[in-house]
Structures are given as C-alpha cells and as structure tokens.
Ligand binder design. Structure first.
Ligand code: SF4
Length: 510
C-alpha cells in the first residue's frame, strides 16, 4: 500500500506533551498545519464547523480523546485501539481505568521512524486484523491522537470490516476537538454514519433491547440512568416511547436510534450525530423536559414533530405538570448560584434550579452555542442570567468575584478556588450530573444537595477564620517546623536579576 500522502512530522512533535510548548498546551497551530499538509484538511474543516471555538481557542479541559475513548469502552463487544504518543496513551488509559473501564485498551506504539515512513499505518492495520475476532467483537474503534493525526495516518484506508467485525477509525486531535464532550460526538457520529450505511444496504438485526413497538424518541446525550425512564413516562400519553440513548451501549441500538420518530438533542453539542439523524430524515428537537416550563415546551415540540393531537399532548401536560410544579414548590432552592461545567447539561441544570426558586446569576459551559441550545439560552437570558458558551476557567472565576454566590457549581479548579474563599461549592460532574434532571423525578432532585451545600456556608466561615493565613503562599505544604517567610532573599535575587538585565542591555547597545 502506498503511503505517499503520509506527512513526515517534525521530530519535535514525536512525544507531544513531553516537550514544553508542544502537544496539549502549545504548538496547536503548527500541528494543525502539519495535519492539513498531510491531507487531513477535510476532517479538520468538518470539526471546525461542528465544534466552533471562541471566544478563546480551547476551554481548559482534559484530553478530548478521553470522551471518545469512554464511549467506546462503554459499548458491548467493542475493542479500542489508540494510536498516539506513549505519554498521551498512558494518561488516557490511566484515566479510563480510574473511571472503572475494566476493559483492555489496545495501543499501537510508534517512533519517529515508523511514523514518517508509514509503517505505523501498517502496524495499526496488522493490529486490527489480529484483533478482529467475530466471536468477541462487533466493532473495533481505532483512534488517532494528536501526533498521528498531524502526521496524516490515514485511518480511512482501513478496511470497513474484517471477518465481519466493523472497523471505525477516527481522528481525535486536541488541536481540532475543543472538549472531551465533543469527542464523544465524533465517535457517536462515526458509528451512526456506519450504521446508516448498513441500513441503506439492506435489512439489519433487531436490537436486543427494543422495548415496545411504539414510535420512539431517540435521546441524544449521556443521561443519568433514571432519566430515560422518566422521559418514557412523560411520552406514554402521547403514544410514544423513549428510544435508545446515543452514545449507545450496543451496536444494534444505533439502528433503533436512526429509526426514531424524532431525536431529542438533550445535550445540544452532538452536531455530527445530528447531521446523521438529519440525513436519515429524522427531525431534531432541542432542550429537555426539565422543570414545569421546560417540560411543557418539550412535550409541545415533540408532539408537533410526531403529529400527535393537541388533545393527547394536553392530557400529558395535565397529568404531569401539576405534580412537577408541586414537587418544585415543596423543595425550594434558596440562594444565589453560579453554575459551570463541561458536560453540556449546564443550561438545563440552571433552568431547573431557577424553577426551584434559586437566584442563578451565571451559567458557563465549555460547549459551544448550537441551534439546539438556543431556546435554553434565551429562556435563561430572559431571566437575567449571564450565559457564557465556551467558557474559560477565568470567566468562571470572574463570575465568583462578580456575583459572590452562596453556592458555586463547577469544575474541579473552580470548586477548589471557591472553597479556598469559603464559598460552598459542588463539583458538577460527580454531584449534579449524577442525579435525575428530567420530568417528575428530576423536579426537586437537585434541591437537597444544593441546599445541604449552602447550609455548610457557616462552617466554611468558621474554618476560614480558624485557619486564616495558615499554609498560604510560601508557607503552604507540610513542614516539620513553622516556615519562616524570607522576603529579603527574594528582594536580593530581584536586585541581582535586574542588575544583570541592565548589564546585558548596555552590552547590547554599546
Ligand atoms: S492526544 Fe491528548 S494528551 Fe496527547 S497531546 Fe493530544 S490533547 Fe494532549
């Protein structure tokens, strides 16, 4: 096989991340240029369209490939192969096992020689053939990380299937995919595209998990397990059922997902997946059944798209909205909040909190604005909430200063900073995402944890007063003796450095 189009990558890029200024934290533009020169322009252009950046380039987030890796690792009968620098693969596999993957992650290593000569692609191909055992796997997912993408390793030249095992190759470079959330969409979209081709070619197997014969609503975005059940209850009076959640856990669920009467883009950033659904002729509805107003608007939209009579939609609303309203009223959230995260459900959580009575001032999400987040953003803006898409940590921290919340919900560094200022804080991913948000079960579910956190405010004040000044700046850490700050040493070094700089300047100008 010819590899004329494989672009040698400058040796500096091999082991991206090991060299300062390269990999995750720098050199993105150079890597992008290398990838474009290596024939990856189409892929990168598509990513730019699906995952627009700005106001800054890339929110502070983990390696994006973790998103797609996790989606693959959660799928039954799916093998995963990574192609990338050893340090990247080490970090990704460590994190996936930390999160309980309990699955082997395949790795095809490379060095500068196998990378530039095209041997790496041959090695990947060989690994795929070795692994393609139809008794064990339906699918093998091969992922190019930053360096192989920049080098143009052509995963699209892998065979579509080997021994009946599907081969799905994706590029997930940190310089093309802004967040790990969007990387989930890269793999989900690639799988939907593959499944759609299969459907077009002829009959496909029925999924083992199909629940009933009603028309279904496909749910887009990783949801708390109780949410699809709650959504199913809301849909029942409409004569509809909750369909599979995409990303799916089983290949054949992709067929049911594509066969849904409508797609609910609960997480609005799955733009590649949306494209596949639209190509399959499926309408897509944004927002979600959160709180009273959210549930009412969502049932109306689903009913309209599925041609359900106004009477049936009205009956569903009459049945559920009073219960939701009552539950929200009986578990109010009292306090001022800022909310930020990178899951894609931040706007929905803010809506629910507001309907529970919270005074939400700011919502920051690492995800971009999309047509499917528009209604939620407008709803929040009309209630005076500042909504920041592609929010950076700095913007989230600025919201702490500006709004002085009673509770800050956000990412780990934000929570750390809030706690150091004695502001109660909750980690969005572990404590908020891990609860039902939709329908009747969602109403009131976040109130308990938020109120409990705010009730801790006084304890934070006590601790802050007690520890005030201890372990800050030069004296932080664990010590045998009480550290003695030495500002005179710093002044002395500063003077010496300034003198040397002045000497260099005068030598240069003389
Ligand atoms: S693959 Fe991930 S960890 Fe490796 S350089 Fe790219 S963004 Fe960083």
């Amino acid at each position: 096989m010819s590899h004329d189009h494989i672009q040698p990558v400058p040796v500096d890029f091999v082991g991206a991340g090991e060299k300062s200024g390269q990999g995750c934290h720098g050199g993105a533009e150079t890597l992008r240029q290398a990838a474009e020169a290596a024939g990856k322009s189409d892929v990168l252009d598509r990513y730019s369209e699906d995952y627009p950046v700005g106001p800054h380039d890339q929110p502070q987030s983990m390696c994006p490939a973790f998103g797609s890796l996790r989606v693959g690792l959660r799928m039954q009968r799916t093998a995963t192969i990574l192609s990338g620098s050893a340090c990247c693969v080490y970090g990704l596999t460590f994190t996936s096992h930390f999160y309980g993957a309990r699955r082997t992650v395949g790795y095809v290593p490379f060095d500068s020689e196998t990378l530039v000569t095209g041997k790496l692609f041959e090695d990947i191909r060989e690994a795929v053939f070795k692994l393609a055992d139809p008794d064990r796997y339906d699918t093998i997912v091969v992922t190019n990380l930053c360096v192989p993408t920049a080098s143009g390793v052509p995963l699209d030249l892998l065979p579509d299937q080997v021994n009946g095992v599907r081969i799905v190759g994706i590029d997930v470079p940190g310089f093309g995919i802004p967040t790990h959330a969007e990387a989930k969409d890269v793999l989900a979209g690639a799988m939907l595209a593959y499944a759609r081709r299969e459907v077009q070619q002829g009959p496909v197997s029925a999924p083992a998990t199909r629940r009933d014969d009603k028309p279904t609503v496909t749910l887009l975005g990783e949801l708390f397990p109780a949410d699809p059940i709650g959504i199913g209850h809301l849909l029942e009076p409409l004569g509809l059922a909750a369909g599979p959640v995409v990303p799916t856990r089983e290949w054949r669920e992709l067929y049911t997902a594509l066969d849904g009467a409508v797609v609910a883009a609960i997480h609005p950033f799955y733009q590649a997946s949306v494209r596949e659904f639209e190509r399959a002729g499926r309408p897509v509805v944004g927002s979600a059944p959160v709180g009273c107003e959210g549930t009412e608007a969502w049932l109306t939209a689903i009913g309209e798209q599925c041609g359900i009579s106004a009477k049936a939609v009205g009956a569903a609303k009459d049945r559920f909205l009073p219960i939701i309203k009552q539950t929200l009223a009986s578990s109010p959230i009292k306090g001022r909040l800022t909310i930020s995260g990178y899951e894609g459900s931040e706007l929905l959580v803010a809506r629910l909190a507001i309907e529970s009575g919270a005074d939400v001032k700011y919502v920051g999400t690492a995800c971009p604005a999309t047509p499917h987040s528009k209604d939620d953003a407008e709803w929040l803006a009309s209630r005076g909430v500042k909504v920041q898409f592609r929010a950076s940590l700095e913007q989230d921290l600025h919201a702490l200063d500006e709004y002085q919340p009673d509770l800050a919900i956000g990412t780990t560094p934000l929570v750390q900073e809030a706690k150091s200022r004695a502001i109660p804080a909750l980690y969005f991913t572990n404590l908020i995402s891990a609860r039902p948000l939709m329908g009747v079960a969602g109403a009131g579910s976040i109130a308990q944890v938020m109120n409990a956190a705010m009730a801790n405010g006084k304890r934070f004040d006590t601790m802050k007063n007690f520890f005030d000044g201890v372990g800050e700046g030069d004296t932080s850490g664990i010590w045998q003796d009480t550290p003695v700050p030495r500002p005179e040493f710093k002044e002395q070094f500063a003077r010496t450095l300034a003198r040397q700089a002045a000497q260099r300047k005068s030598t240069a100008t003389s």
